[in-house]
Design a protein. Sequence first.
Lengths: 134, 134, 134, 134, 134, 134
Amino acid sequence: MRLPRPLVPRTVLSAHCDLPCGVYDPAQARIEAESVKAIAEKYQANEDPEFRTRALIIKEQRAELVKHHLWVLWTDYFKPPHFEKYPQLHGLFNEATKLAGASGAKGQSDPGVAEQLLVKIDEIAKIFWETKQG
Amino acid sequence: MRLPRPLVPRTVLSAHCDLPCGVYDPAQARIEAESVKAIAEKYQANEDPEFRTRALIIKEQRAELVKHHLWVLWTDYFKPPHFEKYPQLHGLFNEATKLAGASGAKGQSDPGVAEQLLVKIDEIAKIFWETKQG
Amino acid sequence: MRLPRPLVPRTVLSAHCDLPCGVYDPAQARIEAESVKAIAEKYQANEDPEFRTRALIIKEQRAELVKHHLWVLWTDYFKPPHFEKYPQLHGLFNEATKLAGASGAKGQSDPGVAEQLLVKIDEIAKIFWETKQG
Amino acid sequence: MRLPRPLVPRTVLSAHCDLPCGVYDPAQARIEAESVKAIAEKYQANEDPEFRTRALIIKEQRAELVKHHLWVLWTDYFKPPHFEKYPQLHGLFNEATKLAGASGAKGQSDPGVAEQLLVKIDEIAKIFWETKQG
Amino acid sequence: MRLPRPLVPRTVLSAHCDLPCGVYDPAQARIEAESVKAIAEKYQANEDPEFRTRALIIKEQRAELVKHHLWVLWTDYFKPPHFEKYPQLHGLFNEATKLAGASGAKGQSDPGVAEQLLVKIDEIAKIFWETKQG
Amino acid sequence: MRLPRPLVPRTVLSAHCDLPCGVYDPAQARIEAESVKAIAEKYQANEDPEFRTRALIIKEQRAELVKHHLWVLWTDYFKPPHFEKYPQLHGLFNEATKLAGASGAKGQSDPGVAEQLLVKIDEIAKIFWETKQG
């Protein structure tokens, strides 16, 4: 069962730093991916070349942030026991970051691709919250 | 009444970009501020000079991100009618960003200061969510 | 009469860091805004799509720097007594940073918009220098 | 007599971008170097280890900006005829950027070293303004 | 026998961008890791607190670059058939990036840890070059 | 005969940091310049406006990295005796960084310009390796 984000208590709100501070939260990647999707939708709805160029500039940046936040979770939060328990985890992260890159939301301005990215992030988030409660 | 974050539906999950994509969320500032507080706590609990230096390096970075996310909300999300309805809003943002800077969580490694920053961010978030529902 | 720069006394030169070093100068924002205006003018005068794309890429960056330098002045240089003495100051900064963003010089390539931004920065600079002499 | 900044004609303000926008100003390097010097002075006057660590963190950043602004002038503003007319220019820039780096203001917290950097930047600025008037 | 760099054919040189340009090279990660190791050695050999603080500041930056370059290879260069042929590849990248982070070369100033990181990068590089010749 | 990268002795690998770590390598500039050239080639071969915009965005970034890596070598690696022995060195670096900028590979999407940049970097690399062996 997929746990909707809103049911997660606010104190688990978390982020990364490499001290480590111990604060992580898949919301960071999801927020940027929501932004990528909104940009793709606005791109499709607006044919002004100046607007479109700006949309592409900004989409590159937000998609790069999606990749970064996911990489941080994969390297810094998840530990060997997690990868044993969830053997699909490596693949999920690799696919999600590819979906944010050249072969995904960077290379295309299709909201559907951004939606696939969001679904993949949610799969990761579900595992993340399971490990926090474990 | 203050609405706990978890009751906010996920579709309002939001972020910034200057297209604008229309996606904003005070969670971005809060996550980094949680990190700042956790770093301050770890700093106080560990007297190893190498650890402490790393803690200060990383706290500067996370506190800078708090400032940035708040500035973005203040300039890009909030509009003149909001400032009319909430005349305290300018001051709240100015105080919150100061609390993240040299006179606050950057200049001190006191978890209490970081906690004050979190309280201020929550005041901003309360107004933010009111405007989203208005 | 145009005063060559070397004759301007060095003590008026100032910048920011969050130590704080105590060195601030609205010139940092103004220089980037001059650049934004020059880019907008060159954009209007050149229809080559490659040139225009590059102009938009670079205009986003310089306009972001304008916002950053202004935010730093607003949060780090100006103190509560300043805001009491100049009640318009919060609004000025909010308008100036909006003029550098999506609804202003980022979202449009109109030199007139960049000129409005420069005027707003000059209003801020006038107050800044008054407080330095106060 | 100290000239208030607002009286300095705006046309002497200049900055860089690689469009190029044609706006350059040695003030950008000088402002950061002033900051480096102020940090070194505060470092010498304060023995608190937390303060000193923060001072070093920030001094690295500002000194890096000095180097960057100088490199930009050297590569993007100055042209072959300038280097012919001012054969010392290559050396001046090389020495100035070295003075901002590991063997200068980064590697040492001596305000005197930062002062040497400022002197070198002024030598460059003098030539810069001569070429603008030429 | 040491081969001078200029004799290495240029076609083996490669880098990343997310166009993608198709240019990748594990050397980017290795160069930064060499830097991390050299910094750790200099840290151990020098007890001056100012030097040590600077060493830690810079080591964080170079180690972050190691992580970034490795993440890029993992997400952008390697494709599903590679992961099938080299099932250890996910683990290698996860371990290598962990060795560059808080639990490795960031969190410790031990040249031995940096050496382990270099060994891990070489294992990745070996596979990388096999796939290029495949 | 093409030498696989792993056979290149690791001691020739080098990078920069401003500790200084003492690790430098012209390969860093060259790798990014290879990327710039590959992007220019792909730009010429693809008329899709979205692809071309992305190519220009990324080319700006990689070309900026070329400039940065070259500036670092010029300021941080090369010392006065080198400039005496190789009087052309200042000019070479100035020309190479100009070739990466607005008047070169940034301002044009011509693979031939990127090739000239590569040739210039190779001239610098040749001198670099001579000084390492000297």
